[in-house]
Design a binder for this molecule. Structure first.
Ligand SMILES: [Zn+2]
Length: 335
């Protein structure tokens, strides 16, 4: 029996014990047992007080911890995966900028050499465009030294690694008449618009990762550098995306017209983070084609801009989002 249990036992039978002890005293004379009993009782009262105090402290601590756990669960655990809410209803938490301020002014710093791409000192291949003869007097210029060489480099992937081709346009001065002549560039010279450009293999692989596998731009930079030794800036990767999206415009129109002709279409939308805004990714698909479109709006404005649903006359498979109501030409399958 624990001390507390003993105390409770004494307390419960206090009157009975007193009575018995008094009876015994009246029969046998004064007994020290009654004083002993009260001493014991006082001792057990102190012990009970300590237990009670301890219990209260523990209880308070448990309550505090339970509240903390509830708070953390609320903050962390209620994502779209486990909150039983559709992802589209989740609001985005603003991510706190953890960057430590450098104390420098924003933008390029003093002494910075600018963003002009550096050319490779040792290209893998060189293609020279030299003037064969003086454009004024016709004197052969083959043995005349170069006066100026203008360079463009194209970085591509060959045999699984970076391959740099340098195009050189040579300028020469005629020793006889002093006229300047330049080499002719081929009609098809897509590299002429910048000193350093990237070839079709680099573009295809990078776009495959960013555009199809949805790998973030910074991670794609790492992939291109680690696997092929091709260094790309984030701006260059974004330019690839923008260029290819222009080239795919007619393909997009064709996909939309095929979706419009489908008997059944599935539509949905979900929230995405874009340029610090909460935008929307819209999907329109049939059994073969999937069109993903980005829009700042969630509802009918987006659907009108994307341009499939306003033309569609079939059955929609969709959720209960109200903006779809106006596009139900036939009875929809509402999920
Ligand atoms: Zn000449």
């Amino acid at each position: 029996m624990s001390q507390l249990q003993q105390y409770r036992y004494f307390k419960k039978h206090e009157k009975r014990v007193q009575k018995l002890l008094k009876k015994q005293a009246s029969l046998t004379g004064p007994s020290p047992d009654l004083d002993l009993f009260y001493d014991l009782l006082a001792g057990y009262k102190i012990i009970e007080g300590l237990f009670h105090e301890h219990d209260t402290q523990v209880k308070t601590q448990i309550e505090q911890l339970q509240n903390r756990v509830r708070e953390l669960e609320k903050q962390l655990s209620l994502g779209p995966e486990n909150s039983h809410k559709p992802p589209s209803t989740s609001r985005f938490k603003k991510i706190k900028n953890q960057r430590v301020k450098s104390g420098k002014k924003p933008g390029g710093q003093k002494g910075h050499r600018g963003t002009a791409p550096e050319l490779e000192a040792h290209p893998d291949a060189v293609v020279r465009y030299e003037p064969q003869k003086c454009r004024e007097c016709g004197r052969p210029l083959k043995k005349v030294p170069d006066s100026e060489v203008q360079c463009w480099q194209v970085v591509d992937i060959k045999d699984g690694k970076s391959f740099v081709t340098e195009h050189q346009r040579v300028t020469k001065f005629c020793p006889d008449c002093g006229e300047m002549s330049r080499g002719d560039l081929p009609n098809e010279s897509p590299w002429r618009h910048a000193r350093k450009t990237f070839g079709p293999a680099v573009k295809s692989v990078a776009l495959y990762f960013v555009g199809y596998q949805l790998v973030p731009v910074a991670r794609t930079q790492e992939i291109m550098s680690d696997l092929f030794g091709v260094r790309l800036s984030q701006g260059t990767l974004c330019n690839f995306m923008s260029d290819v999206s222009k080239k795919l415009k007619s393909w997009e129109i064709s996909v939309k017209s095929q979706l419009i002709r489908s008997t059944i279409l599935h539509v949905d939308e979900t929230g995405i983070r874009c340029a610090k805004r909460g935008d929307w990714a819209h999907v329109v698909s049939n059994e073969k084609l999937t069109l993903l479109a980005h829009h700042e709006s969630r509802g009918a404005i987006a659907q009108k801009d994307i341009g499939v649903l306003p033309e569609y006359r079939g059955h929609l498979v969709r959720d209960g989002f109200k903006s779809y109501d106006q596009f139900d030409a036939c009875s929809p399958f509402v999920l």
